[in-house]
Design a protein around this ligand. Structure first.
Ligand code: OSB
Ligand code: MG
Length: 367
């Protein structure tokens, strides 16, 4: 596929409700979309970088800058496939979310031209995936219970509670008491604790959680291994795993027994699949995380979540959990599941009128 040019488009997507984590509050997503244009058609992707470098070091203005300045100019001139994109970007360190968006847009363009879906290309083994939902930190326990009640009523098969010091044992106990032991329940600390909190975190052991996600700092693999030996709750890593090599290291250290795979965090869907393969070979379950994506990022994540090693429900919620109006046809939960798209490429694309209404800027880069 020869690329004629690439559009970098920014859109403003208000969230239906503020989303609070241990690292900050999100009320609106400022999303960078990448559109690759070729003589045979186009390909779309979404960059997961957030407005501020809190979840990780990337942020959306920085991602646009590195794409424009370094990554897009480094693409092979003669024509590219997705694997070639990864190789061409290899000399640049970090910036995985920016790289992931570029690789995904090229992959979408390529798959659309050959008529194959993301799911088929990646090796999906199911036609629908069970969905969980990530529930933010709230001002009070009653407010949390109301939110969880609504999600359970909508059919979500697993609830993830965001936690931080001062909002952990009490909300988890309240949700367990109200919804019972059968509810699949897990927590995500987004790196808010240190090893000194081990005894406190062990108080969560009695609630039969599926896992505790990223309790300690991003670069604390060894300390996660120490913590894992002190807890009965399985430790899952998110922020710490930026590549298949990190995944292999974390597994062999005993730093985690479950991995949250976010393609954006690890540089793309090809690296995400390699993590799936490494984890599966070690009997380590993986599940698909999320970054409050629009329908563009969501379509690809659902395809990935259909791979055989994704044995736990993901943070792949329906479009309306995030946005009143998505830029694609919305993904709607049916019986707690989302259907894996089967059309060429992502199997969905932005609705032109909606897209134009939310667009805040456009930049065209010729190749
Ligand atoms: O840690 O998994 C996380 C959202 C933004 C940044 C980090 C995280 C999250 C979520 C929500 O938990 C996942 C989603 O529903 O997209
Ligand atoms: Mg997380």
């Amino acid at each position: 596929t020869k690329i004629s040019g690439i559009e970098l488009r920014r859109i403003a997507m208000p969230l239906v409700a503020p989303f609070r984590t241990s690292f900050g509050v999100e009320t609106s997503r400022d999303v960078l979309l990448v559109r690759v244009v070729t003589p045979d058609g186009e390909g779309w992707a979404e960059c997961a970088a957030m407005s501020e470098p809190r979840y990780c070091s990337e942020y959306v203005d920085g991602a646009q800058d590195v794409l424009r300045r370094f990554l897009i100019p480094a693409l092979p001139k003669d024509g590219v496939d997705a694997a070639a994109v990864g190789r061409a970007l290899e000399p640049f360190t970090g910036h995985r979310m920016a790289k992931s968006a570029l690789e995904s847009a090229v992959l979408d363009a390529r798959l659309r031209s050959t008529g194959e879906s993301f799911g088929s290309y990646l090796g999906a083994s199911r036609d629908r995936v069970p969905c969980g939902v990530s529930v933010g930190i709230m001002d009070s326990v009653p407010e949390l219970l109301d939110a969880v009640e609504r999600y359970v009523a909508e059919g979500y098969v697993r609830i993830k509670l965001k936690i931080e010091p001062g909002w952990d044992v009490e909300p988890v106990r309240a949700v367990r008491e109200r919804f019972g032991d059968a509810l699949l329940l897990q927590v995500d600390a987004n790196a808010a604790y240190t090893l000194v909190d081990a005894q406190h975190l062990a108080e969560l052991d009695e609630f039969g959680l599926l896992l505790i996600e990223q309790p300690l700092a991003n670069d604390d693999l060894v300390q996660h291994a120490q913590l894992a030996r002190l807890l009965r709750t399985p430790v899952c890593l998110d922020e710490s795993i930026e590549s298949a090599a990190h995944a292999a290291a974390a597994i062999s250290l005993g730093a985690c027994s479950i991995i949250n795979v976010k393609p954006a965090r690890v540089g793309g869907y090809l690296e995400a699949r390699r993590i799936h393969d490494v984890a599966r070979a070690h009997g380590v379950p993986v599940w698909c995380g999320g970054m409050l994506e629009t329908g563009i990022g969501r379509a690809a994540n659902i395809a990935l979540a259909a791979l055989p090693g994704f044995t736990l429900p993901g943070d792949t919620s329906g479009s309306h959990r995030y946005f009143a109006t998505d830029i694609t046809e919305p993904f709607v939960l049916a019986d707690g599941h989302l259907t894996v798209p089967t059309g060429p490429g992502l199997g969905t694309e932005p609705l032109p009128d909606v897209l134009d209404a939310v667009t805040t800027s456009k930049e065209w880069i010729s190749l």
